[in-house]
Design a protein around this ligand. Structure first.
Ligand code: CP
Ligand code: NVA
Length: 310
């Protein structure tokens, strides 16, 4: 059966641990994973902008012996209305896997429903599961290994309805972590995702909390995360998206209330002075550059694992 990775809970707890272990091994020995030797091609599709995702998938595929075929929507027939299903039927006969950054989650679901090769979500409006794999890897490195993830607290501040918040809830709960989402009542995560995250937390020994109170969320946090207040596709609402999130800005004062040795995470790109104070993202707690590098290792592991399973 072809395995896809469309949302964080497409892996079980055990499978997530396997991917993270492979990612840590791939980081230690950069050219150890070679499932794409040939070279086999991975199609990497972008309907939205990207720096990290584009670079890390391209470099990762190349390092695994493969060829990264990057296709921007503006240059493809899909961008002129060719159907997702017809695109999938063309790609899966020639490529080993399909990576796609797009808008609606239903787009990647439609691609996966037809594709006979793994489809990987490289960010949708709903989830950013590859980023959260990299973030969990970064937390694991900091805390002494994957075994330390259960019980570790990650607190996220800002837009609770965006892809990062929703992926943290699912991915963190799956790992048995305690995940707190601090967000205003006006920007709550999708209730069905909150329910799924509670279910995962119950199964895996984690806790998920959505709160409007930043001080409740920061208490005991081992990792503090935020994201832009204006996600891609929301540029038209930018002027209305500062006031509600201002109380959730990650400042040095907020960081000082976290647990001892707490680290700061941000998927990037960051907007200093908005969601995060410069002294936090550029200060001693920051792990954002490790986090960005870990996209490479986590995605190589994910591709190798999905190909092995499919
Ligand atoms: N974090 C992340 O996905 O960055 P890009 O938008 O640059 O790919
Ligand atoms: N929430 C952000 C993440 C960017 C990597 C966005 O969707 O634009």
């Amino acid at each position: 059966m072809t395995r896809h990775f469309l949302r964080d809970d497409d892996l079980t707890n055990l499978e997530q641990r396997e991917v993270l272990a492979l990612a840590l091994a791939a980081k230690r020995d950069r050219l150890s994973l070679r499932p794409l030797e040939g070279p086999r091609t991975v199609a990497i599709l972008f309907d939205k902008h990207s720096t990290r995702t584009r670079v890390s998938f391209a470099v990762g595929v190349a390092e695994m012996g493969g060829y990264p075929l990057i296709i921007d929507a503006s240059a493809s027939q899909a961008g002129r209305g060719e159907s997702i299903e017809d695109t999938a039927r063309v790609l899966d006969r020639q490529c080993a896997a399909i990576v796609w950054r797009t808008f609606g989650q239903s787009n990647v679901e439609r691609m996966a429903a037809v594709s006979r090769v793994p489809v990987i979500n490289a960010l949708t409006d709903s989830f950013h599961p590859c980023q959260v794999l990299a973030d969990l890897m970064t937390v694991a490195e900091e805390r002494g290994g994957i075994g330390a993830l259960p019980g570790t607290k990650l607190a996220y501040f800002g837009d609770g309805a965006n892809n990062m918040a929703q992926s943290y809830m699912l991915g963190g709960a799956l790992a048995g972590m305690s995940v707190a989402i601090a967000t205003p009542p006006s920007h709550q995560p999708d209730p069905s995702i909150v329910a799924a995250a509670h279910e995962l937390a119950l199964e895996n020994g984690g806790v998920v909390e959505v709160t409007a109170d930043p001080l409740a969320a920061i208490a005991g946090a081992d990792a503090v995360a935020t994201d832009t207040w204006v996600s891609m596709g929301m540029e038209g609402e930018a002027s209305e998206r500062s006031t509600p999130f201002a109380p959730y800005r990650v400042t040095q004062d907020l960081m000082s209330r976290a647990g001892p040795g707490a680290i700061f995470l941000h998927c990037l790109p960051a907007y200093r002075g908005h969601e995060v104070a410069p002294e936090v993202i550029d200060g001693p707690a920051t792990r954002v550059w490790d986090e960005a590098e870990n996209r490479l290792h986590a995605q190589k592991a994910l591709i190798a694992w999905l190909l092995e399973q499919s």
